[in-house]
Design a protein around this ligand. Structure first.
Ligand code: DGY
Length: 296
């Protein structure tokens, strides 16, 4: 019984796997290249993957005995779930344990972006602060403003709950509702949707043009929900006031037009990155794998 863990995980999760008595093979700390992944999974009955590994038919072909893929992430877009189902391979993920952590982080981005924290920090470090000024780095008042939450799963709901503490009106969007109305009325739009063929480029040039002039966009879910080139145009053309992005269309790359824009706050996919949450995710992924391999 061989289990392949694609990358090094927090110790507690590894200990849980070792205690199962199976043969555990742990990949590198960094993202494994494709060859290394294909070689590593050979003969595995279980794979514990991270969102950086594409688990598709080619990977599954390498392990004909594969019974379970346990993804250490809330999202499943790195896994060909249909292909796994066709082969009778179980697929699981780690929702729930990262909800509050990701919601907190989304608010860090909302506050940081609308109150221009990074621009202020850069100004000071560049020695460019001319002294207090009545028109300097003016931002948006969140109280009384409208937050549009696209996707009302666990994280979307947790983000919306926090909005009442800031005196914001919330417009939530679920599939089937009018997206145009939410985009036209929101001062801040925050994305909390899974990446599927339906949601890829949900915010394309046309829908970005529905956003209120001077509005802000926050994305902590998946990069390809937004057409990055179109977003770059909307930012650099002055239509949007700013964007805070934790995820990107072609991670780890960022579209040059986004990098050029002074009104963006960029973070490297760290919404769930607290010690406790990453440990909880890894532990849950390990437990999911063991219970699926042991179960009927
Ligand atoms: C997830 O779990 O899907 C996040 O993007 C990483 O925490």
């Amino acid at each position: 019984m061989r289990i392949h863990v694609t990358r090094k995980l927090p110790e507690k999760a590894l200990q849980t796997l070792y205690a199962s008595g199976w043969d555990i093979f742990v990949g590198p700390e960094e993202i494994p290249n494709r060859q290394r992944l294909l070689w590593g999974v050979g003969g595995a009955v279980g794979i514990l993957s991270l969102l950086t590994e594409r688990i598709d038919a080619e990977v599954m072909d390498r392990c004909p005995e594969l019974r379970c893929i346990s993804n250490c992430a809330a999202g499943l877009d790195n896994i060909d779930v249909d292909e796994a189902q066709r082969r009778g391979i179980r697929v699981c993920n780690t929702p729930g344990v990262l909800t509050e952590t990701c919601a907190d982080f989304t608010w860090a981005l909302i506050l940081g972006l609308t109150r221009r924290l990074l621009e202020g920090d850069r100004m000071l470090r560049a020695g460019a602060y001319p002294g207090w000024g009545p028109m300097m780095l003016l931002g948006l008042d969140l109280h009384g403003a409208t937050l549009g939450v696209l996707g009302m799963g666990q994280i979307g709901q947790a983000v919306a709950r926090r909005a009442s503490a800031f005196g914001m009106r919330v417009l939530s969007w679920r599939r089937g509702d009018s997206l145009e109305r939410v985009l036209r009325e929101s001062d801040v739009v925050s994305l909390h949707l899974p990446l599927t063929s339906d949601t890829r480029h949900l915010l394309n040039a046309e829908r970005l043009s529905w956003m209120k002039p001077g509005a802000y966009l926050i994305n902590t879910s998946r990069g390809p929900l937004v057409d990055e080139a179109a977003l770059g145009e909307a930012l650099n053309g002055g239509r949007l006031a700013g964007a805070a992005l934790d995820v990107f269309e072609r991670e780890p790359e960022v579209h040059p037009s986004i990098l050029e824009s002074p009104r963006v706050l960029l973070t490297p996919h760290i919404a769930s990155a607290t010690e406790a949450t990453r440990e909880r995710m890894a532990l849950l992924a390990a437990q999911n794998l063991i219970s699926n391999l042991c179960g009927p």
